[in-house]
Design a protein around this ligand. Structure first.
Ligand code: ADP
Ligand code: NG1
Length: 458
């Protein structure tokens, strides 16, 4: 059964990080912050690139997060600052329309996505003034959702500053929608787990309606995150949206081939629902209807009976207008098989059988192979890292998040955790000085953490 969402407010005792943030805030704005809020990053255990196709995913929140100190004021300005000097100060008048420049995805535009989401939800004509300092510990552009944590934290503090009230589910939905202003057509996994996570449990996140169900991970294994040290900023490239578009076109092609009206269908899951088919049947349908060779625009337009103009306007997004070929068979195969792996992963966790750890590991490794070969969202560094993790004692290992760089997540029997960390360190990090310098934040065991909250000092 889906559990009830956890509380939005948590009492904490000040720790070193909070006190440092308070000091920075006081130096910057000459007053103490009124409140703190945080939103966690996440690691997706399985279910990659399927949230935007309507399928369930299985992430857990990580300890690393975005923490913000905030005060409200009547200055009519939102002032943003960051403890990391790489992220420059920014301020915007509350009477201006919020502009988000997707051509130039600076850090403060992610913050403004969260602000805009709340403004639109309540139709606020004049937002409350806010002064804010942000402190983040999630490695950016590494598949651990630093961007969504920032959007969620911004949404939360904006709600609070404007004296509004929303449930965690509502906040997650608003932030999922508003992060799309940065240009990436995300599916909502990251914002959902950032708000709905609970300590000690991974979650099955399902969409429409959004809900989160506890998934108890098996005793006897730990999840280790390792960063391949190649960054991939989604909003600054079109890799991600290309996959979204390919899945959208595959949806229409499958629907049309089965006599459905493709016009209202945008997600692969909708075709399954309409056909009342199993995932196995959908996989067979993909083989029957779609060919493995890449499709041209002309072939798609002919099959769907649409003009080249309709194709560009209705199927492509702003940063995918240049595309000329589309791999539909491979992408749809990945999506339907990955959706099935998520369900199997959850049921194996529930059964807690003798072979659970081995079976879960196999599912993770199959997921990586599918991401690498069918979805083509891995990269040589990630493939090398996954191989090293498997050779170092992991029962399963896979890229996590969007891919094309960033992190792998490995499932490791608890008794092997120490030797695993040493072996990965020696084989992947130490031989390369750049990786060796990043190793501290790039290789760690992760336990399921709690969701976003307003922090009240004890
Ligand atoms: P991820 O996979 O981590 O979500 P993205 O490439 O989507 O990566 O987003 C990364 C962007 O999020 C960074 O380029 C930066 O603009 C923003 N960001 C991440 N962490 C912080 C931080 N601590 N402070 C400010 N902005 C951050
Ligand atoms: P990352 O890049 O790891 O934050 C992105 C999307 C998710 C999901 C994964 C792939 C956003 C904000 N996040 O996550 O919705 O599609 O890729 O499974 O777009």
């Amino acid at each position: 059964m889906a559990s009830s969402p956890p509380k939005l407010r948590t009492v904490i005792t000040a720790n070193e990080r909070l006190l440092n943030l308070k000091r920075t805030f006081e130096e910057k704005y000459g007053e103490a912050p009124l409140l703190y809020a945080y939103a966690p990053g996440r690691v997706n255990l399985i279910g990659e690139h399927i949230d935007y196709c309507g399928y369930s995913v299985l992430p857990m929140a990580i300890e690393q997060n975005i923490l913000a100190a905030v005060s409200h004021n009547n200055s009519g300005t939102i002032s943003l600052s960051n403890t990391n000097p790489q992220y420059k100060d920014f301020s915007v008048s509350c009477s201006e329309d919020i502009f988000i420049d997707r051509e130039n995805p600076k850090w403060y535009y992610y913050f403004l996505c969260g602000v805009k989401g709340i403004q639109e939800k309540f139709g606020i004509a004049q937002l409350a003034g806010m002064s804010c300092v942000v402190d983040g510990t999630i490695p950016p552009s590494s598949g651990l959702s630093s961007s969504s944590a920032l959007v969620c934290c911004a949404g939360l503090v904006t709600m609070e500053a404007n004296q509004k009230s929303l449930s965690k589910v509502e906040l997650a939905e608003i932030c999922a929608k508003s992060e799309r202003y940065i240009g990436t057509e995300g599916g909502g996994m990251d914002q959902s787990i950032s708000f709905l996570a609970e300590n000690g449990t991974a979650k099955l996140i399902e969409f429409q309606p959004l809900r989160a169900t506890d998934v108890r991970l098996p005793d006897g294994a730990v999840f280790v995150i390792s960063n391949c040290c190649r960054e991939m900023n989604k909003a600054a490239s079109s890799h991600y949206n290309i996959r979204v578009v390919e899945c959208r076109i595959a949806t229409k092609m499958l629907a049309k081939a089965r006599g459905l009206d493709p016009s209202g269908l945008l997600k692969l899951a909708q075709v399954q629902t309409e056909l009342k088919a199993s995932l196995e049947e959908m996989l067979a349908l993909v083989d029957e209807v779609l060919h493995p060779e890449a499709y041209s625009r002309e072939e798609i337009c002919k099959a769907l009976g649409i003009s080249a103009e309709q194709f560009s306007a209705e199927l492509l997004s702003a940063n995918t207008q240049h595309l000329t070929s589309f791999k539909l068979h491979q992408r749809a195969k990945h999506v339907y098989s990955e959706a099935a792996r998520v369900l199997r992963f959850k049921s194996v966790c529930e059964s807690a059988g003798a072979d659970s750890i081995r079976t879960l590991g196999d599912l993770m490794s199959e997921s990586h192979a599918s991401c690498r070969d069918l979805y083509e969202c891995s990269c040589p560094e990630l493939d090398q890292l996954v191989d090293i993790c498997l050779k170092s004692g992991a029962v399963g290992s896979r890229l996590t998040g969007a891919g094309w760089g960033g992190c792998a997540v490995s499932m490791v029997p608890s008794e092997k955790a120490e030797s695993f960390l040493l072996a990965v360190r020696e084989s992947y990090f130490l031989p390369d000085p750049r990786r060796a310098a990043m190793e501290n934040q790039s290789l760690f065991v992760s336990k399921p953490g709690g969701g976003a909250a307003i922090l009240l000092e004890e």
